[in-house]
Design a protein around this ligand. Structure first.
Ligand code: UDP
Ligand code: MG
Length: 328
């Protein structure tokens, strides 16, 4: 121990929650930038890294960071549980007065943290989310489908999702307490963040061009995410299936009346094989779709009724708050 300072209090001002899955190549650079930002803020902080069952050297890298920086905490999950659950594990363990959620892959610039902190500090805003200034690089199809999805969620799901927003945000203590009360297995975090309410504001920022590589979000993954979002927040598709069924039945009834009239009036020459086929195929499709929708919800009911724990912690090494910080 070199210089002695006052011991830091047990409850840090900030908890930074960072889920990490196979990020050994970027963690050193990420932590350097994060640590520099926290140093400038000059307040107590813990940085909780959640190792989400990585197959690479993420864990040893995190251990090395922890020996160098006493603010680092490491949660090692027993396997890969996915980002939403890793994030949830971090929120459960965070002790800070405000919690900042950030990705490890440097797509969320750590230097933005002071701007996220300001509204919370000055006005007691509970949720401050980082909103990217829309990029020109995206195709119109991507933008159109995204727009449609947000509109749908707003009108049908009654949850306002801010567009161009990831998980990067600051949450006040009471917002975190609120989120920690949600036990569901299917965790559409973007939706839950806004679902809790409280005062929420955006901080806009220009996103750095992608450092390297391509987005991991294929269209298939986006469709899955959309289904996850819709089924987590609204049962409207079920209602839609019922209404569609009723409407088709109504039309069929009118058609039946028309056929009876026609037969009485003009006799009954056997015709109409093509229209019969299309009708049968169309109705078959409608029925399978409706069963599929039912299945989506039933599957979720099944998952929720098991009441399984969301994750298992293999190892938790808390931040050594209260220790003197050694020079890095
Ligand atoms: N992540 C995780 N578990 C997973 C997948 C991702 O903890 O199963 C972490 C990942 O290490 C990163 C963050 O979640 O810190 C965002 O992941 P990614 O960059 O793949 O998602 P995107 O930026 O495309 O949303
Ligand atoms: Mg990313």
């Amino acid at each position: 121990m070199t210089a002695s300072t006052f011991p830091e209090p047990e409850v840090p001002t900030f908890s930074i929650v960072v889920p990490a899955y196979n990020e050994d190549s970027v963690l050193e650079a990420f932590h350097a930038r994060l640590a520099a930002t926290l140093d400038r803020l000059g307040e107590t902080a813990e940085v909780i890294y959640i190792n989400d069952g990585s197959h690479d050297r993420t864990r040893p890298v995190l251990d090395r960071l922890q020996t160098r920086d006493p603010r680092v905490a490491v949660i090692d999950l027993s396997r890969n549980f996915g980002k939403e659950v890793a994030l949830t594990a971090g929120l459960h363990h965070a002790r800070g007065q405000a919690v900042i959620v950030i990705d490890a892959d440097l797509q969320d610039p750590p230097e933005l943290i002071p701007e996220l902190v300001a509204p919370w500090r000055e006005r007691g805003v509970d949720v401050v989310y980082a909103q990217r200034i829309a990029r020109a690089g995206e195709s119109w199809l991507k933008r159109a489908t995204a727009h449609l999805f947000y509109r749908l969620m707003q009108h049908v799901g009654r949850v306002h999702l801010p567009p161009d927003t990831g998980d990067y945000r600051l949450l006040s203590r009471r917002a975190v307490e609120a989120l920690n009360q949600y036990p569901e297995q299917h965790r559409f975090m973007k939706g839950l963040f806004t679902w809790i309410g409280f005062e929420q504001v955006a901080v806009r920022y220009e996103r750095d061009p992608r450092f390297a590589g391509r987005t991991k979000w294929s269209y298939a993954k986006l469709v899955n995410l959309a289904i996850e979002g819709i089924t987590s927040f609204t049962s409207a598709p079920l209602r839609f299936a019922s209404i569609l069924g009723l409407a088709i039945a109504g039309l069929a009834f009118v058609d039946a009346l028309w056929i009876i009239y026609k037969t009485l009036r003009y006799g009954d020459p056997v015709a109409g094989y093509p229209s019969l086929m299309t009708t049968i195929l169309f109705l078959g499709g409608v029925q399978l779709t409706a069963i599929g929708i039912l299945g989506e919800y039933l599957g979720r009911v099944f998952d929720e009724t098991k009441h399984r724990p969301l994750y298992h912690v293999k190892d938790y090494r808390p931040a050594r708050l209260g220790r003197v910080r050694e020079p890095m």
